[in-house]
Design a protein around this ligand. Structure first.
Ligand code: HT7
Ligand code: ZN
Length: 875
C-alpha cells in the first residue's frame, strides 16, 4: 500500500472541460458511457505526457479518441489506472465501462440501497463509476443522461437542472440533467428509484424562488417536515450571517438507508443517511431532531464552503470541513441555546478528538501524508479544524472575520484552493500576521497551557504566567509555540467581574479579554487589582487546549456560581466532578472504602434546586463526565474502577437526593403534547437525567417510575430515556420493556438501530453475550453501516467497561467483526478499529490482548488499504 505525500503535489497534466455521461441503469449491470473534452495542461515542448485516468472495479468495454476506437498499443489498463499514450493537445475521449451496483458493498461509487440506486463519490468513488482524473482540482461542467426501467425507477436525478425527459421503448425512460457550475468529480451524484417527493420552496434574498425537494421511500413521506424546515432555516441563516445565496433553481435531498457517513453535499443533489432526514415525534428523540438540523445545515453550507470553493487536493480537506463544521455549529447555536451548544461541542471534542490527538493516529488538521484518504475524515480534520476557524474569529473579532470570509469568496469563487488561501484572506481582511497561526494546521497534538499567578498587594498588580507545551506526536517529536487566543476574566472573592487593565494601558477595559499567546512562556500584568482575584480562564473554550491551573475547591465553587461565562461555569463543575471521581478511583484501586463527600452532594442539590437556571444548561451541569473522558485523565486506564467510581457517585446522588430528584423530575413533567420545537427539550433532558439518577440505586420505586414513563410516553425522547435506564437495570421489567419496544417498532429501521444500541451499551455483566446473540438476530445486517454502528460500534466505543473485558472477549469480538467487514465495506471496517488504537493506554494484560488482535488483523492477506493503514499505525 502506497503513501501519498502532500509535498509531492503536482498540477494535473490534463484538464477536463466538459463531461457527458450516459447511464443505462440496472442493479446487476450498468453501462456507463463517458465523453470527456480534455485539454493538455503541461508544457509539451518538454515531451508529451501520457493521460493517466483513475479507475477501480470497472470493466472496460470501449475506448475512443476523437471518435476512433483506440488501438490496444495506444493505451494500458493497469492496476487502478487507464493510461492513454501520446494524446493530442485537446481531444474528446469516449470511454464505455460496465459496473455492478448490486455487488458494490463498499457503498462507494454507484450502489444499490434497498430498492434504489445511488452514488457516493467523495473522496475517490467517481473512479468506481468511470475512468477519470479523479482529483478535486480537475473541475468540469457535467451533463448526465440516465436511462432506467420506468416502473421500478420512476425518479431519475442528477446534479443541476433537468433539461429533458421522456419515454423509451421496452418500458424504459430517460432524464437528462445539466449542472452549469464547474465541479470536481467528488461532487457528482445520481439517484434512481421509486421515491416519494416532498416539495418545498424558498425565496432567496434577491427574490429568486428555489424549489426544495426531499426524496424518500413512500412509507417515510410523513417524516420529512423537520428536514425541510431545517433546510429553509439554513438557507435563510447563510444569507443573513454570511450573505451567501443559493445558486441553482432546485435543491434536492435524498434519504438512503445504506450510507457510510452522515450525508454528502453533491451539487444540488445531497444524498443523506436516512437517519439525518427522517423524524417524527414517536420515532425521533430531541437529539435526533437536533442532529438533523445540524447535518441539513452542514451539507447546505457546503454549497459555498466546499462546492463553489473547493479543495485543491485532499490534504486541504479541512479547508471545507473545518470551516463547514464551524458554520454548522454557529447555525445550531443560533437556532437553540448558544452556551448549551458550545458545551456539547466541547464535550465531543474532548471525548473523541483529544484522544485521537494523543494516540498513534494523531495527525495535523492538514495531514502531511496518507495511505487511504477516507481515514482522514477524522475528528481532527473536522472538529479540531472547526476550532481553528473559531480561533480565527476570536482573534480577528466577528466583523473582521466576516470581512475575511467575504474576501475569500470574492477571490476564490470557482477555484480549488489550499488552506493557505483561506488564512491569507483572513490575514488581509484583519490586517494581521497569521504566519504563526498556520502551525495549527501543521502541528498535531493538543497543547497544554500551564498557568500560574502572583498577586502583589502593595502595587495592586496581578500577574498571570502562561506556559504552553505540546506533547510529541507521531513524526513530530518537537513543537513550535502556537498562536493561541486565551479569553479570560478576573473575579473578586464576591464573584464580581473586574474591569481589566494591563500594565501600560491608560484605563480599565472590558471584563473579558483575549490574551494572545505566541511564546512558550508569557506573563500578563494586570494593574489596579484590589485583592487576589480568581482567574476565569479559557472563556467559551477559546482554544482547543488542556488547561492546568491549581484551582482550590472554593475557587471552583465561585466560578461555578458567579462567572459570567457559561462555559466556565459548566467547566468548573466538571473539574470538581473529575477531581472527585479520580479520588474515588484511587480509593478503589487501593481497596479502601470509597465515599462521596457531603460537600459534593450539597452543591449538586443546590444546582438541582436552583430555579433561575436554564433547564438545558442545568442538565449539562448535572451530567457527570463520561467514562471515556475520565479515562483520558488516567496514566493507565482502569475501566472497571472508573465505572465503579462514577456509578458510586450516581448511586449516592440517587439515594441521598431522592426527593429533590423526584421534585425536579415532576417540575419537568409535560403539560402539553410533545412537539420538537416546543422549547422544552432542555426540560426533557433534565427529567430523563433525574430518572437516570433515581434508577442508579435500582429501587423498585424507581423502576416503577421508569416503566410508567416508558408506557405513557407520547414521544421517543421520553420513551428512550426510560428504556435506557431499564436496559441498564437487572430487573424483570427490563426484558419486558425491550421486547415491547421491539414488537412496536420492528418495521422502523431507525428505531431498531436504537434498540440494538441500547442493549450494546448496557453496563450489565451479560452484555457481551447479548451482543453476540444480537449478531445472529434476523434484523442484524453486517452490510448496513447504521446497523453495524448501532451494535459493533456502540459496544466497542460506548461501553468501556464491557468492551475492555479483562479476558479479552470484547477484543476478540471486535477483531472478528473488523475482519468480516474488511471484505465487505473497508471504510466501515476501518472506522470500527479506533478502540484498538488506544491499546497503549491500558494495563499490560489488556495491552497484550489488544495487540494480539491488531496483529491478527494485519496478518489477513487481503487487507483493505483503509484497515491496513490504521492497524499498522496503531501498532
Ligand atoms: N463531505 C462528506 C464526506 C463524506 C464521505 C467521505 C468518505 C466516504 C463517504 C462519505 N460520505 C460523505 C460529508 C460531509 O462532511 O458533509
Ligand atoms: Zn462536511
Amino acid at each position: 500500500h502506497q503513501t501519498v505525500y502532500q509535498k509531492d503535489y503536482a498540477a494535473p497534466d490534463y484538464l477536463v472541460e466538459t463531461v457527458e455521461l450516459s447511464f443505462d441503469l440496472d442493479p446487476d449491470l450498468t453501462r456507463v458511457v463517458s465523453r470527456l473534452k480534455i485539454r493538455s495542461n503541461h508544457d509539451r515542448a518538454g515531451g508529451v505526457r501520457p493521460l493517466v485516468l483513475d479507475g477501480e472495479e470497472l470493466t472496460l468495454v470501449s475506448l475512443k479518441l476523437d471518435g476512433v476506437e483506440l488501438e490496444p498499443y495506444r493505451y494500458q489498463a493497469g492496476e487502478g489506472t487507464l493510461t492513454v499514450n501520446d494524446p493530442p493537445e485537446s481531444f474528446v475521449l469516449e470511454v464505455t465501462t460496465e459496473i455492478s451496483p448490486k455487488a458494490n458493498t463498499a457503498l462507494s461509487g454507484l450502489y444499490a440501497s434497498g430498492p434504489m440506486l445511488c452514488t457516493q463519490c467523495e473522496a475517490e468513488g467517481f473512479r468506481r463509476i468511470t475512468y477519470f482524473t479523479d482529483r478535486p482540482d480537475v473541475m468540469a461542467v457535467y451533463t448526465v443522461t440516465l436511462r432506467a426501467d420506468k416502473s421500478s425507477c420512476p425518479v431519475l436525478l442528477a446534479n443541476g437542472n433537468l433539461v429533458e425527459k421522456g419515454d423509451l421503448p421496452d418500458g424504459r425512460h430517460f432524464a437528462t440533467w445539466h449542472d452549469p457550475f464547474k465541479k470536481p468529480s467528488y461532487l457528482f451524484a445520481v439517484v434512481a428509484g421509486d421515491l416519494a417527493h416532498i416539495p418545498g420552496s424558498f425565496t432567496t434574498m434577491s427574490g429568486r424562488q428555489v424549489n426544495l425537494e426531499i426524496y424518500v421511500e413512500e412509507k417515510n413521506r410523513g417524516k420529512c417536515d423537520h428536514a425541510l424546515r431545517s433546510l429553509i432555516e439554513a438557507m435563510r441563516w447563510d444569507e443573513e450571517q454570511f450573505g451567501r445565496e443559493y445558486d441553482l433553481d432546485t435543491y434536492m435531498v435524498v434519504a438512503v438507508d445504506d450510507f457510510n457517513m452522515g450525508a454528502m453535499e453533491n451539487k444540488g443533489l445531497n444524498v443523506f443517511n436516512s437517519r439525518y432526514v427522517l423524524a417524527s415525534p414517536e420515532t425521533a428523540t430531541d437529539d435526533d431532531y437536533q442532529a438533523i438540523e445540524e447535518v441539513i445545515g452542514h451539507e447546505y453550507f457546503h454549497n459555498w464552503t466546499g462546492n463553489r470553493i473547493t479543495c485543491r487536493d485532499w490534504f486541504q480537506l479541512s479547508l471545507k470541513e473545518g470551516l463547514t463544521i464551524f458554520r454548522d455549529q454557529e447555525f445550531s447555536a443560533d437556532m437553540q441555546s448558544r452556551p448549551v451548544k458550545r458545551i456539547a461541542d466541547v464535550r465531543l471534542l474532548r471525548s473523541s478528538q483529544f484522544p485521537e490527538d494523543a494516540g498513534p493516529l494523531a495527525h495535523p488538521v492538514r495531514p502531511d501524508s496518507y495511505v487511504e484518504i477516507n481515514n482522514f475524515y477524522s475528528m481532527t480534520v473536522y472538529h479540531k479544524g472547526g476550532e481553528v476557524i473559531r480561533m480565527l474569529q476570536t482573534l480577528l473579532g466577528r466583523e473582521a472575520f466576516r470581512a475575511g470570509m467575504d474576501l475569500y469568496f470574492e477571490r476564490h469563487d470557482g477555484q480549488a484552493v489550499r488552506v493557505d488561501e483561506f488564512v491569507q484572506a483572513m490575514a488581509d481582511a484583519g490586517k494581521r500576521d497569521l504566519s504563526q497561526f498556520m502551525r495549527w494546521y501543521n502541528q498535531s497534538g493538543t497543547p497544554v497551557l500551564t498557568v500560574s499567578d502572583d498577586f502583589e498587594p502593595a502595587s495592586g498588580v496581578y500577574t498571570l504566567t502562561v506556559t504552553q507545551s505540546c506533547p510529541p506526536t507521531p513524526g513530530q517529536p518537537e513543537k513550535e509555540p502556537f498562536h493561541i487566543p486565551l479569553a479570560m476574566g478576573l473575579l473578586d472573592r464576591q464573584g464580581r467581574e473586574l474591569p481589566l487593565q494591563l500594565e501600560g494601558e491608560k484605563s480599565p477595559g472590558a471584563t473579558t479579554r483575549v490574551l494572545e499567546l505566541r511564546q512558550e512562556t508569557q506573563s500578563f500584568r494586570f494593574t489596579g487589582v484590589g485583592s487576589k482575584p480568581v482567574p476565569s480562564l479559557l472563556r467559551n473554550f477559546s482554544a482547543p487546549v488542556k488547561l492546568v491551573y491549581p484551582y482550590s475547591e472554593d475557587d471552583l465553587t465561585l466560578l461555578m456560581t458567579s462567572d459570567s461565562d457559561p462555559f466556565v461555569r459548566w467547566e468548573a463543575g466538571q473539574v470538581q466532578a473529575v477531581q472527585l471521581i479520580m479520588g474515588l478511583v484511587r480509593e478503589i484501586q487501593a481497596e479502601r472504602a470509597p465515599a462521596v463527600p457531603e460537600t459534593f452532594i450539597r452543591s449538586f442539590a443546590t444546582l438541582l434546586t436552583d430555579k433561575r437556571q436554564d433547564r438545558a444548561f442545568l442538565a449539562e451541569a448535572l451530567t457527570l463526565p463520561t467514562e471515556s473522558y475520565l479515562a483520558e485523565q488516567m496514566e493507565v486506564i482502569d475501566p472497571a474502577a472508573i465505572r465503579e467510581a462514577r456509578e458510586l457517585v450516581r448511586t449516592t446522588v440517587g439515594e441521598r437526593l431522592r426527593e429533590e430528584l423526584v421534585a425536579a423530575r415532576e417540575a419537568c413533567a409535560p403539560k402539553s403534547p410533545y412537539h420538537p420545537d416546543d422549547g422544552l427539550a432542555g426540560c426533557r433532558r433534565l427529567k430523563n437525567l433525574c430518572l437516570s439518577y433515581l434508577m442508579a440505586p435500582g429501587s423498585r420505586e424507581a423502576v416503577g417510575m421508569a416503566m410508567e414513563q416508558f408506557r405513557g410516553a407520547d414521544n421517543m425522547t421520553d420513551s428512550l430515556g426510560a428504556l435506557a435506564t431499564l436496559a441498564g437495570c437487572d430487573c424483570p421489567e427490563r426484558d419486558e420493556a425491550l421486547e415491547a419496544f421491539y414488537r412496536k417498532w420492528r418495521d422502523d429501521r431507525g428505531v431498531i438501530d436504537k434498540w440494538f444500541s441500547l442493549q450494546a451499551t448496557s453496563r450489565l455483566p451479560q452484555t457481551l453475550d447479548r451482543v453476540l446473540e444480537l449478531l445472529e438476530h434476523p434484523d442484524f445486517d453486517i452490510r448496513n453501516p447504521n446497523r453495524v454502528r448501532s451494535l459493533v460500534g456502540a459496544f466497542s466505543q460506548a461501553n468501556q467497561v464491557r468492551f475492555h473485558d479483562a479476558e479479552g472477549r470484547g477484543y476478540r469480538f471486535l477483531g472478528d467483526q473488523i475482519l468480516r467487514l474488511n471484505g465487505i465495506n473497508p471504510q466501515i471496517a476501518a472506522r470500527m478499529l479506533t478502540p484498538f488504537s488506544r491499546w497503549r493506554r491500558f494495563d499490560a494484560g489488556r495491552q497484550e490482548l489488544m495487540k494480539k488482535e491488531l496483529e491478527r488483523i494485519l496478518a489477513e492477506p487481503d487487507l483493505a488499504r483503509d484497515v491496513y493503514e490504521l492497524a499498522a499505525k496503531s501498532l
